[in-house]
Design a protein around this ligand. Sequence first.
Ligand SMILES: Cc1ncc(COP(=O)(O)O)c(C=O)c1O
Ligand SMILES: Nc1c(O)cccc1C(=O)C[C@H](N)C(=O)O
Length: 444
Amino acid sequence: MSEIPEVPETTGRTELSGDREQAVRAAELDAADPLAAVRERFVLDPAPDHASGDADVYLDGNSLGVLPRGVSDRIADVITREWGQLRIRSWNESGWWTAPERIGDKIAPLIGAGPGRVVVGDSTSVNIFKAVIGGVRMAGKGCTEILVDATTFPTDGYIARSAARMTGLAVRPVEPARIADEVTERTALALVNHVDYRTGRLNDLPGITRALHSAGALAVWDLCHSAGALPVGLDAHHVDLAVGCTYKYLNGGPGAPAYLYIRESLQERFESPLPGWNSHAEPFAMDPSYEPAAGILRGRVGTPDILSLLALEAALEAWDGVAIEEVRTKSLALTDFFLECVAAYVPPGRVRSLTPSDHQWRGSQVSLACSPQLAADRQGGTPLAGEVMDELIRRGVVGDFRHPDVLRFGFTPLYTSFADAERAARVLGEVLGALPDVESGAAG
Ligand SMILES: Cc1ncc(COP(=O)(O)O)c(C=O)c1O
Ligand SMILES: Nc1c(O)cccc1C(=O)C[C@H](N)C(=O)O
């Protein structure tokens, strides 16, 4: 990239000479980290085409989590033995048929749900559809609208609008912080992201859920960016419906199936808009008339994606003996430390944090907005901010870029170390420091 001059790259080894203070601090924090050994449960080898041969600092687990060690062997066994040799018998003998609810019960403790409240399958988008239409069908007769988080990840908005058209309701986008003031007795439900994918802001799940309930509306939460990163407390906060993906902080793999949570007391009233045969009370009766299965099974649709489901099940073993509360403690310490290092290494005015400094409102990522000059549209496409991320990746620090100016760094406490955080901030400082002077418009 032409705008970023060549400067010596960091080696990735801890260099105590130049940036002694932060590097020493990182080493101390890693030595005291009770989750440090959990990192060994993940494959963090260098990519085969990596020039230096060093492993990357991987800060993109909020998009695609890292491969947990046990998954490859488990999937090889599923393919060679369960599918290759047992074939059709595996639906019963290998537990394929019951995998969606069995794996749902394994995710449940991580999101504060009791058994029988979570079912795994389909994509997040499809589960949003089930939850929104299922929620509207349970809402009061006079309801005329659905509220949608105005800052939502786009798929939620697209699906909510389509679901609203199908049910004759209107959609009203509302900032999460305004939902308590905007909800009315005409609101069927609100669909809200627990953590904002762009800024990393944590929304007030208990407070918003309470406010919705006081107005008689249901609370539907998208947990994609919180599940596996922080405690959610679905049962404790009486959330009605929730969905989430499993390929981010749950490390289930690319395209891993999503999940649907239905509050226990609502399950018998839940009418799926996708009542496939797997959600029937007696699927193998092949009855032409539909009768929903009892409980969470009615959230199923068709034949589950067994290879992906069982990869996810193996991936969840990385959580053995790990409490979500200790993950949260480490996540906040990592993001605090990264922000400290950014302040120490990055020249003033080049980036500002979009992620709240207050722990109460912070998820498990840090989003840095680049100065307007770096974010400005340039002829031929990507803003310079996008090229900054490309350069970071080239130097072995993997985050991602979101238009127009956001550098995102996701922190997955199961495998991210404090040394990773220090190295990422140091390389960011080198890349941004090598740019020609820009006006200081972004500091703050
Ligand atoms: C908040 C949120 N919801 C939904 C999705 C994606 O949905 P799907 O799993 O259907 O691709 C994402 C990310 O891809 C997301 O960040
Ligand atoms: N789901 C993804 C995919 O299939 C390909 C690339 C990225 C994704 C993502 O998860 C994007 C992500 N939800 C985000 O927060 O931007």
